[in-house]
Design a protein around this ligand. Structure first.
Ligand SMILES: [Cu+2]
Length: 330
């Protein structure tokens, strides 16, 4: 239940603006109306693929000599229009027709991958990848800014835990170092030789559990997250075998059982734009689809020609052998 609440808070956080919005320009170059793609830029939308962040505005300029549209959905592919495929709009955005010298802008309020095309020339295809904004400061799972080192007391207030992590904004596929220390809040002195478990939960699931750790004064753990989402870093069962074990047995004062002596820190992990989506999408920009048609032609054409040459050569071969082997055998 607690995790569910945290994830929903994170969802709300994801939609609030944390970073300044930017403006981007996509050009529709001259010749874009032509399915043969003889534009100077050799693309229909330039660039055909773009990465932006939630809250950014993209403006398309029509530098061609015909009217065009920017319509979300799937285009026909380079030759699809020949077989009566004129694309399929999905209704997310549609510029309508805008003429040479005109432009059209759209502000992206949600993350996701948006393919688009021109309804008049459905071979014109582009793709926009809108990424969640990544703040430049550490924050908890509710979005509240954090100041390092973070301080938490165990519920019985017998131990104070200090935690920092580096880098401060956590992204996937990147090594994060969690550094922590235990203090006695009464004397403010460092607690030596503590035993504890180090646990990380993400989106309600336990993704790391290091049991029975012990340290002198402080310690660190490295972790690489593969998924984005809110996390809880829990240091639990903190106890000193020598001092606190005895005190929890006597049940005197406010000392709790060591299992209950735990602290939770919350924060969020972001998709690393450099190491996740960029790699995935760079391999299949909309433009590349058309080159497959040319490749297919080559794949059919080359074996075909080779087959014909082989047939021709096989027919001729016996004659040549007769003529040349004759004198040699003598
Ligand atoms: Cu067009």
């Amino acid at each position: 239940m607690k995790f569910l609440l945290l994830s929903s808070i994170f969802l709300i956080l994801g939609s609030t603006s944390l970073v300044y919005a930017e403006e981007y320009i996509i050009d529709i170059p001259i010749g874009a109306y032509n399915p043969e793609l003889n534009t100077v830029a050799e693309v229909w939308y330039d660039p055909p693929q773009m990465f932006v962040t939630v809250g950014d505005t993209v403006t398309w300029y029509n530098d061609d000599k015909e009217g065009h549209t920017v319509t979300s959905g799937e285009g026909s592919g380079r030759f699809g229009w020949m077989s009566d495929n004129f694309g399929q709009s999905n209704g997310i955005f549609d510029s309508g027709r805008f003429m040479p010298g005109e432009s059209w802008s759209y502000k992206f309020e949600e993350s996701g991958t948006f393919s688009y095309y021109c309804t008049i020339h459905p071979w014109m295809e582009g793709i926009l990848i809108v990424e969640k904004e990544i703040p430049d400061f550490p924050h908890d799972a509710t979005g509240k800014k954090l100041e390092f080192p973070l301080l938490q007391y165990t519920p019985d207030r017998s131990i104070e835990v200090n935690l920092t992590w580096d880098p401060q904004v956590i992204k996937t596929h990147e090594k994060i170092q969690f550094v922590y220390q235990f203090y006695d809040p009464q004397t403010n002195s460092n607690l030596a030789s503590m035993k504890y478990n180090f646990v990380i939960f993400q989106n309600g699931k336990e993704i790391l559990r290091d049991e029975g750790l012990s340290q002198i004064g402080g310690d660190y753990r490295n972790f690489v997250f593969s998924d984005s989402g809110s996390i809880i870093v829990r240091i639990e069962g903190i106890h000193s075998p020598s001092v606190f074990a005895e005190e929890s047995v006597t049940v005197s004062g406010n000392f709790q059982n060591k299992e209950q002596r735990s602290v939770d820190f919350t924060t969020a992990v972001y998709d690393n734009p450099e190491k996740t989506s960029h790699e995935t999408y760079h391999t299949k920009p909309a433009q590349r689809l058309s080159t497959y048609y040319e490749l297919m032609l080559l794949i059919i054409l080359i074996p075909g020609v080779m087959f014909l040459i082989a047939m021709f050569w096989l027919k001729k071969k016996p004659k040549i052998q007769d003529e040349t082997s004759g004198p040699l055998k003598v």
